[in-house]
Design a protein around this ligand. Structure first.
Ligand SMILES: [Zn+2]
Ligand SMILES: [Zn+2]
Length: 267
C-alpha cells in the first residue's frame, strides 16, 4: 500500500523561492489529504503534479496566515474548474467565520458545499475523520493560537501492521502530545530555528532542531522529518546536524519531494 507525503511548502511564515508556506499532500493508497494550505498551495500542487480536485479533505493546524491564506484561492480555483463534490475542512474554531467573511467580501460563490468541522481545544487526542483507508486524530499543540497536530493512521490490510504518520506544527517545546505520537513511523515536526535561537523559539512558541529531535527521540519515532524552516536558513545543514546528534534518522523536508511512511524496521 502507498503511504507517503508530498511537501508543497516547508518554510515558516516568510516564504522564499526555495521554501513556500506550509502545505503537504498525504497519499494513503490513492486517497489524498491536504495538510495546511499556506499561500501558493494551489500553484505548488500543480508543480508537484497533485490534482487540485483531489484535495477534498483538508486539515488546517491553525489559523496563522502561513497555514491557511491559500485556502480562498484553492477553493475559488476548484469552483472555476467545475467542482461540484463537497469539500470537508477540519480546523480550529473560527475557520467558517473567517472563510465566509472573506468569500462574501470578494463576492465569491462556490458551486459546491464546504463542510467546516471546527475543532474544540480540549485536552487529549480525538478521532476527527475515518474512512476505509485511514483514520485521522487531532491533538492540541503549544502555540499562540489554538493549534492542532494530526495523527494519520492507515487501516491495516492483511497481516501488515498499520503505519502511522504525525504532523506537528506550529508548536513550542512541550511533551504534552508525546503519548499521542508514541512510536509513529514518520514524524513531521517543526524546526523553525537552530539551537542558538532557543530563547527566541521559546518566546515565539516554536521549536529548535534540537528540541524537535528530542521530541522524536522521546516519542521513539521511526524517522523525523523537519519542516517549517525559517527563511534565514538558505542551507538547512546546521539544523540537520543538530537534530542528528540526538536523533540520527532525521531528514529536512524539501519542497516538491515525497517521503514514504516506512514500516517499522524488521517488518
Ligand atoms: Zn507557521
Ligand atoms: Zn503559527
Amino acid at each position: 500500500m502507498n503511504f507517503y507525503t508530498t511537501i508543497l511548502g516547508s518554510g515558516a511564515a516568510l516564504p522564499t523561492m526555495a521554501r513556500h508556506c506550509s502545505g503537504q499532500v498525504v497519499n494513503i493508497n490513492g486517497f489524498r489529504i491536504l495538510l495546511d494550505c499556506g499561500e501558493n498551495t494551489q500553484t505548488q500542487m500543480r508543480i508537484c503534479h497533485q490534482k487540485l480536485q483531489s484535495a477534498g479533505t483538508i486539515f488546517l493546524t491553525h489559523l496563522h496566515g502561513d497555514h491557511f491564506f491559500g485556502l480562498p484561492g484553492l477553493l475559488s480555483t476548484m469552483h472555476l474548474c467545475g467542482r461540484t463534490n463537497p469539500v470537508s475542512i477540519f480546523a480550529p474554531q473560527g475557520i467558517a467565520h473567517a472563510m465566509n467573511t472573506f468569500m462574501e467580501a470578494a463576492g465569491s460563490r462556490l458551486n459546491f458545499e464546504v463542510n467546516y468541522h471546527e475543532l474544540s481545544h480540549a485536552e487529549g487526542c480525538q478521532t476527527v475523520f475515518e474512512n476505509y483507508l485511514c483514520r485521522v486524530s487531532a491533538f492540541p499543540l503549544l502555540h499562540s493560537v489554538p493549534t492542532y497536530g494530526y495523527l494519520i493512521e492507515e487501516v491495516p490490510r492483511g497481516s501488515n501492521p498499520a503505519r502511522r504518520y504525525a504532523y506537528c506544527t506550529d508548536t513550542g517545546y512541550t511533551e504534552s502530545f508525546l503519548p499521542f505520537i508514541h512510536k509513529v513511523d514518520l514524524l513531521c515536526l517543526e524546526s523553525t530555528f537552530d539551537n542558538s535561537f532557543a530563547s527566541v523559539a521559546a518566546e515565539k512558541l516554536h521549536c529548535t532542531s534540537t528540541q524537535a529531535a528530542t521530541l522524536a527521540f522521546k516519542a521513539e519515532a521511526g524517522q523525523l522529518l523537519l519542516t517549517h524552516i525559517s527563511a534565514r536558513y538558505k542551507d538547512p545543514d546546521k539544523l540537520l546536524a543538530e537534530a542528528q546528534e540526538i536523533f540520527p534518522n532525521t531528514l529536512v523536508a524539501t519542497d516538491g519531494e515525497s517521503y514514504v511512511v516506512h514500516y517499522p524496521q524488521g517488518i
